[in-house]
Design a protein around this ligand. Structure first.
Ligand SMILES: NC(=O)c1ccc[n+]([C@@H]2O[C@H](COP(=O)([O-])OP(=O)(O)OC[C@H]3O[C@@H](n4cnc5c(N)ncnc54)[C@H](O)[C@@H]3O)[C@@H](O)[C@H]2O)c1
Ligand SMILES: O=P(O)(O)OC[C@H](O)CO
Length: 339
């Protein structure tokens, strides 16, 4: 049995804490909000984030960071990308021992263009990082808490650390693979949210399955193109954290990115959409990062660019789709021509 603290009590932090508690680990969840910690600790619910779910009786919660850190030999970081730095800084007020970190967030920071593990390594001294593992893949919290079969990957250069995380989470309904390609896993997890916003938008416009299949396929092409330039292994994008997560996020009603995109496609403005969602829509910030990454790495990301123009340049979704369709002629796969 391990002593685990999950930082972040939204949908995903709570769902993963449930998996850990189900597996018999001594699990404590930390919320930055006192009321939410009390709700989880005393009533075994987290109604805003997981409706009609009763959490395991052996899952405890606190809003006290010092207590949360004192408890842990493993820390799972499950706050949205924009809260990662602040949470690391809060943690460092008391953390003075090495722990194994697992992060489960999916984003890239605009401006710095850092992946989550890079942000964490910037904020945390090496002396407190025993290892840092990314857990990612096609996994909606709403299905995990129902114990529906789910598969993800634990990614770290150290196979020993990845396998420790595999053992920590793995059970009958939650299957964990390992993958050493941290860059590919993080880039796939972050960029699929941008494509999912676009997939929601084409459905919101009222277009059909042809358009969505095109977005998923060409979306994967642009994610891979960028990821490889950033140092990822191409095959990772064919796996759970690439194609797998792209499919689940572009096609599921559970996806906040897909649902936000749908509302944009219906003609709603971004501010109104985010107000109505009330939960994190990671793809919005990551779309800014994608825009900057395209320039930095000199890579064409046409779907991400079209989405960016809808989010931040007031282009209508219909015009953005027209622009995509009327781009200059392309070869589907340059590699085939070159061989
Ligand atoms: N929900 C899923 O099914 C799922 C699955 C895989 C990965 N993820 C990823 O997990 C991360 C967290 O997403 P979520 O679904 O739990 O989001 P959520 O919107 O359901 O909950 C976010 C939680 O973080 C808290 N929070 C916000 N800002 C914070 C800050 N600065 N410091 C501390 N806490 C803060 C909120 O109060 C809330 O409890 C995201 O990067 C998301 O992409 C989510
Ligand atoms: O609800 P979303 O769009 O944040 O997606 C959740 C997960 O990342 C799906 O794997």
């Amino acid at each position: 049995m391990e002593k685990v603290t999950v930082l972040g009590a939204g949908s995903w932090g709570t769902a993963l804490a449930t998996v850990l508690a189900d597996n018999g680990h001594d699990t404590l969840i930390w919320s930055h909000r006192e009321d939410q910690a009390t709700e989880i600790h005393e009533h075994h619910t987290n109604a805003k984030y997981l409706k009609d779910v009763t959490l395991p009786a052996n899952l405890h919660a606190t809003a006290n960071m010092a207590q949360a850190i004192e408890h842990a030999s493993i820390v799972v970081m499950a706050v949205p990308t924009k809260g990662i730095r602040e949470t690391c800084q809060k943690m460092m007020q008391t953390l003075d021992k090495p722990v194994l970190f697992v992060h489960v967030s999916k984003g890239i920071e605009p401006g710095s263009l850092l992946r989550i593990s890079e942000i964490m390594r910037e904020e945390l001294p090496a002396s407190v990082i025993e290892d840092l593992v990314v857990l990612s893949g096609p996994s909606h919290a709403e299905e995990v808490v129902k114990q529906h079969p789910t598969t993800v990957a634990a990614s770290c250069e150290s196979l020993v650390a990845a396998e420790r995380v595999q053992d920590l989470f793995m059970n009958q309904y939650f299957r964990v693979y390992t993958n050493p390609d941290v860059i590919g896993v993080e880039v796939g997890g972050a960029l699929k949210n941008v494509i999912a916003l676009a997939a929601g938008a084409v459905d919101g416009i009222g277009y059909g399955d042809n358009a969505k299949a095109a977005l998923i396929t060409r979306g994967l092409a642009e994610i891979s193109r960028l990821g490889v330039k950033m140092g990822a292994k191409p095959l990772t994008f064919m796996g759970l954290t690439g194609m797998g997560d792209l499919i689940v996020t572009c096609t599921s009603v559970h996806s906040r990115n897909y649902r936000a995109g749908f509302m944009l496609g219906e003609g709603k403005k971004l501010e109104q959409v985010l107000d109505e969602m009330g939960m994190v829509v990671e793809g919005v910030r990551t779309a800014k990062a994608a825009h900057q990454l395209a320039e930095k790495y000199d890579v064409a990301l046409p779907i991400s660019a079209a989405l960016y123009s809808v989010l931040f340049e007031d282009k209508t979704p219909l015009d953005a789709v027209d622009d995509l369709m009327l781009r200059m002629k392309k070869r589907e796969m340059d590699e085939i021509y070159n061989n």
